[in-house]
Write a protein that binds this ligand. Sequence first.
Ligand code: E4P
Length: 268
Amino acid sequence: STIVADTGDIASIRRLKPVDATTNPSLILKAASQPEYEHIIRQGLDSARRQPDARSRLQAAIESIAVGFGVEILQSIPGVVSTEVDARASFDLRATVEQARRVIRRYEQAGIDRDRVLVKIASTWEGIQAARLLEQEGIHCNLTLLFSFAQAQACAEAGVTLISPFVGRILDWYKKSTGQDYTAQQDPGVQSVKRIYDYYKACDYRTVVMAASFRNTGEIVALAGCDKLTISPALLDALAENHAHLDRALSPAAGKLEARQTELTEAG
Ligand code: E4P
C-alpha cells in the first residue's frame, strides 16, 4: 500500500515522509491555528481582499488558504496532494465543477502541474457526475465521504481517479447504535472497504482505492494491501512503534497474500 499522510500539519509531513498527503477543511483549520503557518493565512486573506463582495471574499480566502497549504505540502512529498474546499457545493453539480476549476487554476498559478493534485469531492450523486465532467478536462478527483458499495460502483463507472472509502465513520456509527465494540476483522468499516476493493479488482477498474478515516492501527493492518491508505500522523506514529505492523502495512506483497487468504477462506 502507498502510505498517505492525512493532515494539514506540514511539519508532520516533513518528519514522516509519506508518498502523498490528504487534507480537509477541519485538518486545515487545526493546522492554521499554529503560528508557523501564519504566512499562508495572511496570503489567503490578501488574495481575498481583491474580491468585490463579502461572499466572494470568503470563498477566495477559503480556497486560497487550502491551496496555500497544498502547495507547501507538495514541496515535501514526491506524490500528489488531495485538497478539499467547501462542502456547501456538495449537492450542486455546477458549483462543484466551478469550485474544482478554481482550485486547479490556483495551483497552476503557483506553478504546480494539475497531475499532482486531486480535488476532493463528496460522493453525492451530483458530486460523482461533476467528477465525471472534471476528469474529462484532465482534473483528477478524489471522491470522498464514501460509505457505501453503491457510491463506489457509481464512482468507478464515472471513471474517477481515486475513491476514499471511509472506515472509522462507519465504525463510529455502528458503535453508537449498538453500544458494542468490534475487532478489526469484524469492523463494519473494514468490511465495507474490503468489499469495495475486491469488487474493483474483480472488475479491473482503474480507479484507485484509498482507505480513509482510520480510528486504530488494527483497521490499518486489516486493510494492508489496499492501493493507498491515508493515515493521521498519530496513527502513523503508533504504527512505527510496532515495526511488524508497519512492515505489513507497507508491503504490497503481504497485502496481496492476505487478500488471497481471504479469498480462499471465503471459497470454503
Ligand atoms: C481523508 O481523506 C478524510 O478527510 C479523513 O480520513 C476523514 O477522517 P475522519 O473520519 O477522522 O474525519
